[in-house]
Ligand binder design. Structure first.
Ligand SMILES: Cc1cc2nc3c(=O)[nH]c(=O)nc-3n(C[C@H](O)[C@H](O)[C@H](O)COP(=O)(O)O)c2cc1C
Length: 233
């Protein structure tokens, strides 16, 4: 290897900076808008990379054994392939007749290559207001289940970015609802943390790519960072 090849540190730092939110919108399913879509073989190869990324992202750290369903991990992940995304888009306004016509989820479902739903499994927090409120220790454990799942999501997005996919971490909107969970067949009680829309970067007509609102708001000179020296004695 030549000495000017990038180091692992340079490579991973470049990928971290390269990851960027792009909300990708298409009013119609890609096959109806496209001149240059991926062949089925190319699409299947891209799907395989996404599925492998979902598995590899599972090397995220986690502090506590969540011990649910015989698994230690505090996250659960569903992969929604393109055809299912398009079906959900087609039914969306029938299933959710109370949402605004401007709701962007159908357009995103029509544009994406596939979608990854990442949920975390609260252990003590309960939606039931009559339930005992969790102790400080229990709250901390739940926070750490959530934190670990967040690390999972970032791992996933970095691997996808390294492959050249676009990513968009959405809070999920209607994907958080019980109705959507039933429609998709989600079979756990997790809380959705991220609906990651994966852009297979096909150049198409009538597709819009919008950057994240806060991308340019990062603090100059890392104002959130402070270098410490000695404790007060
Ligand atoms: C927990 C979480 C939830 C997010 N949910 C949304 C969302 O629902 N809609 C949205 O437009 N962006 C969402 N984002 C993406 C942010 O808008 C984006 O990260 C931010 O604008 C910075 O841009 P960048 O990711 O390109 O650096 C979310 C990000 C995080 C970490």
């Amino acid at each position: 290897m030549s000495s000017d090849a990038p180091t692992d540190v340079q490579r991973i730092t470049a990928i971290i900076k390269q990851r960027q939110t792009f909300k990708v919108l298409a009013s119609l399913p890609s096959s109806e808008t496209t001149a240059q879509s991926l062949t089925e073989v190319q699409h299947a190869a891209a799907d395989a990379q996404v599925v492998q990324a979902i598995r590899d992202a599972g090397w995220a750290p986690f502090h506590y054994d969540r011990a649910a369903g015989g698994m230690a991990e505090p996250w659960r992940v569903e992969w929604v392939p393109r055809a299912m995304c398009r079906e959900v888009a087609a039914h969306f306004f029938d299933w959710f007749d109370d949402v605004k016509p401007s709701n962007k989820l159908p357009s995103m479902l029509n544009a994406c290559g596939s979608l990854v739903l990442v949920s975390w499994l609260p252990q003590f927090a309960s939606e039931d207001s009559a339930a005992d409120s969790p102790s400080e220790k229990q709250r901390q454990i739940d926070e750490e289940h959530l934190a670990a799942t967040s690390a999972y999501v970032q791992n996933l997005m970095l691997i996808l970015t390294a492959h050249g996919f676009g990513t968009y971490w959405s809070s999920g909107g209607q994907f958080r609802s019980e109705k959507m969970r039933r429609k998709l067949g989600v079979d756990h009680d997790g809380r959705l943390l991220a609906a990651v829309f994966v852009d297979y970067q096909v150049e198409r007509d009538s597709v819009e790519r919008l950057p994240g609102k806060l991308r340019e708001r990062r603090s100059p000179g890392q104002q959130w960072f402070k270098s410490m020296d000695h404790p007060r004695v």
